[in-house]
Write a protein that binds this ligand. Structure first.
Ligand SMILES: [Fe+2]
Length: 304
């Protein structure tokens, strides 16, 4: 029986008694049930080949190769490299471009539903990811604010809204990863509800109020940004925050509909530097193929 225990922070769990290298679909379904309830899962000391990691991620949804195609693993487009390694002047993966609060791939439609990482190289000093519980943050809002925001639609595009603004201290220091000229031509606005109902559980979340949310439909820009910053600051209170670090072999997943996250800055390193880091990351959208639609909030809400 797959088990779990709470992480030390405000939410998220460490899942136990499952070996991902051999887990059956039945065991992975138990893992998914825990994941959708707790939003963040960590599985320690797994031993996964590239092929098995790739296979596991497909149990969480539909793989979506990342927009930053120059930072994907060569020959394996579904895997985005997260790394501080520079070799012969070439950047191996996303480095400081994730060191601000954001939701992965909220700048596309369909948006990301789950992000998964697998730790291949641990930096000597560690490099945790902080995450915020946006279900809990929504639930804690006054009813008047819930009524004000429940039907609003946000405008998203690639980047960090608060970079260098100085007006949002917690999120102004790092820009999103730089794009190539070809990638810049593909940036466009997409629209997502500010309050998102989770397709599996039906819980309401403050969706992606940091990072890629640049405005609110039919609102003046200054008022929209002020409200989004107010909601971001609300989400980033200690009572909603957890943190995970990774040893070699650790697998983690976070639900991107109900969390914000932020990487820790780490100095650049050569490939043999003791502080070099490599995480493999896969993004998926849609629902797990191990769930039947009628088992989900989405299925229940559309049933005749
Ligand atoms: Fe991210």
């Amino acid at each position: 029986m797959v088990g779990f225990k709470n992480l030390p922070g405000a939410f998220g769990v460490e899942v136990t008694d499952i070996d991902l290298s051999t887990a059956s679909d039945g065991e992975i379904r138990q893992l998914l049930d825990i994941f959708y309830r707790h939003q963040v899962v960590v599985l320690r000391r797994q031993d996964l080949s590239f092929e098995r990691f790739d296979d596991i991620t497909k149990k969480f949804g539909h793989q979506h190769p990342h927009f930053l195609d120059h930072l994907r693993m060569r020959g394996h487009p579904a895997i985005l490299m997260l790394s501080n390694i520079y070799e012969n002047g070439r950047q191996l993966g996303v480095h400081e471009g994730a060191c601000f609060w954001h939701t992965d791939v909220a700048y596309l439609d369909p948006a990301n539903s789950t992000t998964m990482v697998y730790s291949v190289k641990r930096p000597r000093d560690g490099c945790p990811t902080s995450l915020a519980d946006c279900f809990g943050a929504y639930d804690a809002l006054p009813e008047s604010m819930k009524r004000k925001i429940d039907d609003l639609v946000c405008i998203h595009h690639y980047g960090n809204r608060d970079f260098q603004s100085g007006a949002a201290e917690k999120n102004s220091k790092f820009e999103a990863e730089r794009m190539t000229e070809d990638q810049k031509k593909k940036v466009k606005d997409v629209y997502h509800p500010l309050v998102k109902r989770h397709p599996i559980t039906g819980r309401k979340s403050l969706y992606s109020v940091a990072g890629t949310s640049w405005g609110i439909v039919d609102w003046p820009e200054d008022e929209a940004v002020a409200l989004l910053r107010e909601l971001m600051d609300h989400c980033l209170q200690d009572r909603f925050i957890t943190s995970i670090d990774y040893d070699v072999g650790d697998f983690a997943a976070w639900d991107t509909f109900s969390t914000l996250h932020c990487a820790t800055p780490l100095a650049g390193a050569g490939p043999d530097d003791p502080n070099a880091r490599i995480l493999w990351r896969v993004s998926v959208n849609g629902l797990s193929p191990l769930y039947r639609l009628e088992e989900t909030y989405q299925g229940m809400s559309t049933a005749a």
